[in-house]
Design a binder for this molecule. Structure first.
Ligand code: HEM
Length: 496
């Protein structure tokens, strides 16, 4: 006992026993005055908070962003100036599975980064793919419903997924990536990260550049096949946690090279005229030939959290967290996300989620949001509790005003999908695949389509046909082979 801290109640009073309930006689009933027993049971009942509505299963660690190059002509952000080192937190995740899901499942991976910069937190909440399934936030909740459990069967539904995808051909690019060799990373350390959206950078002269962020893994871009994943999950459901946590504990710190693609503000219009794609369409990449990768620096993860719940489960990433020199873009999806994340955190964690240690900026914070649950750590001047005031409260700083967007259009619900090109970028990707990669793509899709009604399968094959007839033909052949090998699993066609 001498060298160990004394056990106390949560109010700090020393505790005489943590072994036996207080009862009337050895076998008697428990007393209401055994308040610490009641406390203990009541605390247990409150140990869980809602899991994230998407990206519930995650793995995370702290690290450092080091800027090794000079990109100061694009941005005034202090964290992106040459030589700057910034403490950061990363959280990786799968999208569809619940908190207890296995790690090695075919799914898109989240790639969330929180940079604790001297000008406030900058969060880049991206994925391991440069594009996404849908281009409009209107579609996001519906899309996610197709990835989650069917209301009646409480199982995931291949029919719902392919029904939605085949009715939303803007998903083709992301579906092709997901079903390809790149759809199931070996570990978080073996995947690239992308900001995915178009963001902007702006410099001291008020010039804006559209930008895409890329993080290229130095551990090798490595993926599992479906067959390998079955074996991996059979042995352990927690392989990502084991690998990421274990590697950092062993001093093997994973690293990524950070790059940007840059487009001058007014070039977006020209880009659209030239390619037929909007520079703000999240289902499209910018060709690297026209917009080469520009190196910024390197990211290293080098410290495991001590408390997974407090530091990873309660971490709260907001695409709306930007700092002077970094801005948004007209990307509809990004705009939708600017509302969605802080709203999710207020519900999931609480009003003052940003005063939790993991989310807290490492620079001074001064605002006029008041009261609510647990506003801890906010030291305010008691007389300056409104603004404007004459009592020395914090005031705005016009020098950090972002330049206005010059690239804009008319307000309205524009039919931007009419004549949209959903096919040429997945075609470019498919063309790059060799015979083995194509074969695995076909088989992954055929497996994922097991049980899907033939009308939906045919609709989807129609889209593959428009990408490349060989794509449709390959999937059709793989579906027939899958049905033959798995008569009981009944593919769509076998089910007829
Ligand atoms: C309009 C579209 C979208 C909406 C409404 C949306 C909404 C959400 C919500 C509500 C969460 C849970 C947040 C929490 O409880 O902590 C979440 C998590 C996440 N989303 Fe999205 N999302 C959208 C699109 C995207 C896109 C396009 C990406 C990537 C490019 C993305 C990446 C992520 C990641 C990485 C997380 C997990 C964050 C973490 O690690 O805590 N989401 N999303």
């Amino acid at each position: 006992m001498a060298d160990r801290p004394r056990l106390t109640t949560s109010a700090g009073a020393p505790l005489a026993s943590n072994q036996n309930s207080k009862t009337v006689g050895a076998n008697g009933p428990v007393l209401l005055e055994d308040y610490q027993l009641i406390e203990k049971l009541a605390h247990q009942n409150r140990e869980r908070i809602p899991e994230r509505v998407v990206h519930a299963k995650g793995w995370g660690a702290y690290g450092t962003l080091t800027v090794t190059e000079d990109v100061s002509k694009y941005t005034r952000a202090k964290a992106l100036q040459p030589g700057t080192k910034t403490e950061m937190l990363a959280r990786f995740s799968t999208v569809a599975g619940e908190q207890g899901a296995a790690d090695a499942e075919r799914d898109v991976r989240g790639f969330s980064l929180k940079f604790y910069t001297e000008e406030g937190n900058w969060d880049l909440v991206g994925n391991n793919t440069p594009v996404f399934f849908v281009a409009d936030p209107y579609k996001f909740p519906d899309f996610i419903h197709t990835q989650k459990r069917h209301p009646r069967t409480n199982m995931r539904s291949a029919t719902a997924m392919w029904d939605f995808w085949s009715l939303c051909p803007e998903s083709l690019h992301q579906v092709t990536i997901l079903m390809s060799d790149r759809g199931l990373p070996v570990s978080p350390m073996h995947m690239n990260g992308y900001g995915s959206h178009t963001f902007s950078l702006w410099n001291d002269a008020g010039e804006r550049y559209w930008v895409k962020f890329h993080f290229k893994t130095r551990q090798g871009h490595k993926h599992l096949t479906n067959e390998e994943a079955v074996e991996v999950v059979g042995n352990s459901r927690e392989t990502y946690q084991e690998q990421l946590f274990g590697s950092i504990e062993d001093g093997q710190f994973p690293k990524w090279d950070m790059y940007i693609q840059v487009m001058p503000e007014m070039e977006a219009e020209e880009f659209e005229k030239k390619t037929g794609w909007s520079a703000f369409d999240l289902t499209k990449v910018w060709p690297h030939g026209d917009y080469p990768l520009i190196k910024v620096g390197e990211l290293e993860l080098n410290r495991n959290p001590d408390n997974y719940f407090a530091e990873i489960e309660q971490s709260a990433f907001n695409p709306s967290n930007v700092v002077p020199g970094i801005g948004f873009s007209p990307d509809k999806m990004l705009q939708g996300r600017l509302f969605s994340y802080p709203d999710a955190h207020r519900y999931r964690i609480g009003t003052h989620y940003e005063s939790l240690e993991v989310n807290k900026p490492r620079c001074p914070v001064a605002h006029y949001h008041r009261d609510g649950t647990m506003p801890f750590g906010l030291k305010t001047n008691p007389d300056a509790y409104y603004e404007p005031n004459s009592f020395g409260g914090p005031v705005e700083d016009p020098s950090v005003e972002e330049p206005p967007h010059r690239y804009a259009g008319q307000v309205g619900r524009h039919e931007y999908r009419a004549n949209a090109d959903h096919y040429s970028q997945p075609r470019a990707l498919f063309t790059m695949f060799d015979a083995g990669q194509r074969d695995r793509l076909f088989r992954n899709i055929a497996g994922a389509m097991a049980g899907v009604p033939s009308e939906i399968v045919e609709r989807q094959l129609g889209h593959f046909e428009k990408i490349d007839p060989a794509y449709a033909e390959g999937v059709r052949t793989a579906i027939a082979a899958h049905a033959e090998d798995n008569p009981s699993a009944s593919t769509s066609h076998a089910a007829e």
